[in-house]
Design a binder for this molecule. Structure first.
Ligand SMILES: CC(C)(COP(=O)(O)OP(=O)(O)OC[C@H]1O[C@@H](n2cnc3c(N)ncnc32)[C@H](O)[C@@H]1OP(=O)(O)O)[C@@H](O)C(=O)NCCC(=O)NCCS
Length: 212
């Protein structure tokens, strides 16, 4: 089984390491639209070129993919293109992550070292559970969500599609975070967060309205 990663940046290095650690893939390669002719290798893996090389990669036997881009909207778009091309989204869980047997991690999602997903937690497609985050029991993460390193989501939290919970932020149990919203680094979220806003601080308050 060969894995194609879209996104040869810092986040891509980490995702490549996780893919290696799973020992499930006989080959791992990148595509990246920032590719230039002089750039042939990233994190020990070949860079095949930009997104125009997806079908070449398929001819070379790359059947599975993960999108290794941290930004949620760009990751969602790349996910759609790779899935439409007929590649299969892989679920990548680092061996040092802790995912409860009853937790459900859907296709294309990446669970990083030290992350915890407890009983009945779920992550929809293309989510990132970044290093050391804690996703408590019954949390629901929508598609293309990013839970940043060290963030803590209490039991029953719902994070809607395309939202980012920033580094070290805490979301209290049962709270909902709206579509495409951003929880700033270090925030403590006590109230529901509407769609399309940025909240920050302790306690978290709306500091910007970006729309969905
Ligand atoms: C909240 C955040 C999105 C705001 O970014 P921004 O829109 O560029 O806003 P600015 O940096 O212009 O800051 C706007 C104001 O909010 C304050 N602010 C920014 N981030 C803050 C935070 N995390 N907590 C508290 N206040 C914050 C700034 O001090 C500034 O206040 P001022 O107007 O009184 O000077 C960003 O700072 C942040 O925390 N991003 C999370 C990044 C992250 O965790 N990524 C995951 C990486 S793996």
């Amino acid at each position: 089984m060969k894995l194609l990663l879209w996104g040869a940046g810092g986040h891509g290095k980490v995702v490549a390491d996780i893919a290696r650690a799973t020992a499930r893939f006989t080959g791992i390669a990148f595509i990246d639209d920032g590719w230039t002719d002089g750039w042939v290798e990233w994190a020990g893996c070949p860079v095949l070129g930009g997104a125009s090389r997806i079908s070449d990669a398929q001819r070379q036997g790359y059947t599975h993919f993960a999108v290794s881009i941290g930004g949620n909207r760009a990751r969602a778009e790349a996910f759609g293109r790779l899935a439409a091309a007929g590649l299969e989204p892989a679920v990548l869980v680092h061996p040092m992550a802790s995912v409860a047997p009853s937790a459900r991690i859907e296709a294309g999602s990446v669970v990083m070292p030290g992350a915890v997903a407890n009983a009945s937690a779920s992550a929809a497609a293309n989510a990132i559970l970044n290093s050391g985050c804690i996703v408590e029991h019954d949390v629901r993460l929508g598609a293309h969500v990013h839970v940043a390193p060290g963030a803590v989501l209490g039991g029953g939290v719902e994070v809607a599609a395309l939202a980012l919970v920033g580094l070290g932020a805490t979301v209290l149990p049962g709270i909902a975070v709206g579509v495409g919203s951003i929880v700033g680094a270090g925030a403590v979220v006590r109230r529901h967060v509407p769609h399309g806003v940025t909240v920050a601080g302790v306690p978290a308050r709306i500091i910007a309205r970006t729309g969905v």
